[in-house]
Each structure stands twice: as structure tokens, then as C-alpha cells.
Design a protein around this ligand. Structure first.
Ligand SMILES: [Cu+2]
Length: 174
């Protein structure tokens, strides 16, 4: 292979990469009443509903709505990537730390925004029904500080979150 054809191949591969990373997403203009709600994955305590708006929470850029009932609690946990939260309705109480403090959360009201950096322990709870918008880079995973808080461990021997298949958890929403 001469230099010229090598260069051609390199540019072709580069063009392919640029195309795939530029986001071949379809346009989307969507109101909340068009959301398709389903039960949130088992990494979240039961009762939450999710609507993956676009992208892939299993490993790429994503946007999702999450709906929590009143008096819902997400015990202390962290994520492998940054979590961006915007409150759409209701009030989400969020706090930093290794243990959920039912009085310790800051009330985030409609329009409020929170950034939870990767690997930083935090918790959240509601007092009334609340809807949020989550966006960021996947994989979305919940690593609970106390493994006994992980809903996936309910009724079975505790497993390490690393052993869980994040990919499979999100495939059904794509
Ligand atoms: Cu979180």
C-alpha cells in the first residue's frame, strides 16, 4: 500500500467516526404528555416511572424523565458519570453524604437544577409526587453506599454492583 492509499483509508475511517459521533439523532420536539412511561429499572427503588426521551442511558448521551411518587426515597449512592437533574414538577430534596438524612436535603423546586459529580455520594427524597429531567453521559448506574439499600439485592445475597449488567438494565428502554 502506498502512502496515498493509506491516507485515503485513514480519511475514510476518520469521516466515518465523525459521522457517528456527530450524532445522527433524529429531530425531536416533544411535550411531556407525549412521554411513554414505564417502570424504572430495578437499580431504583420501586415506584419510579421512567421515560427515556432520547439517547442511551446504558452507555451514551441520554435524556430521561423520571417520575417519583410522594414520600419516595433514594438512599445514599453515587454514579460512574455526572448526573444532571432538572425539576419539572413537584419538589426534589437532594443532599450530599453517605446516609439519607430526611431533614438534610435541599428543596429543589420547579426549574431547580442539580449537578452530582461522578463518584460523589448523595441521596434524594420527595414529599409529594415529583417529576425530573435527567441528562448526561451513560452508563447510568446506581452504586449504593450500603449494598443492603440496593433494590436489586432485596431478598437475595448481596452482590457487588460491579457484577451487575448495566447494559442489560437499559436495553429494554431503547
Ligand atoms: Cu443520584
Amino acid at each position: 500500500m502506498n502512502n496515498r492509499s493509506a491516507l485515503l483509508i485513514v480519511s475514510f475511517v476518520a469521516a466515518l467516526l465523525v459521522t457517528s459521533f456527530a450524532g445522527a439523532e433524529q429531530q425531536l420536539i416533544q411535550n411531556e404528555h407525549e412521554a411513554k412511561w414505564s417502570d424504572a429499572p430495578a437499580m431504583l427503588p420501586p415506584g419510579a416511572k421512567i421515560d427515556v426521551v432520547q439517547g442511551d442511558p446504558g452507555g451514551a448521551l441520554y435524556t430521561a424523565r423520571l417520575k417519583f411518587p410522594a414520600n419516595y426515597e433514594i438512599p445514599a449512592h453515587s454514579h460512574p458519570t455526572d448526573e444532571h437533574v432538572t425539576v419539572l414538577s413537584g419538589t426534589l430534596y437532594m443532599g450530599m453524604g453517605d446516609k439519607l438524612d430526611p431533614e438534610g436535603g435541599t428543596a429543589l423546586t420547579v426549574g431547580g437544577f442539580a449537578l452530582m459529580p461522578a463518584k460523589m455520594n448523595h441521596y434524594a427524597y420527595t414529599k409529594k409526587a415529583t417529576t425530573i429531567l435527567l441528562h448526561g453521559m451513560g452508563p447510568v448506574e446506581f452504586i449504593y453506599v450500603n449494598p443492603a439499600d440496593d433494590p436489586r439485592n432485596a431478598g437475595q445475597a448481596l452482590t457487588s454492583p460491579c457484577a451487575l449488567d448495566q447494559r442489560a438494565a437499559w436495553d429494554r428502554y431503547l
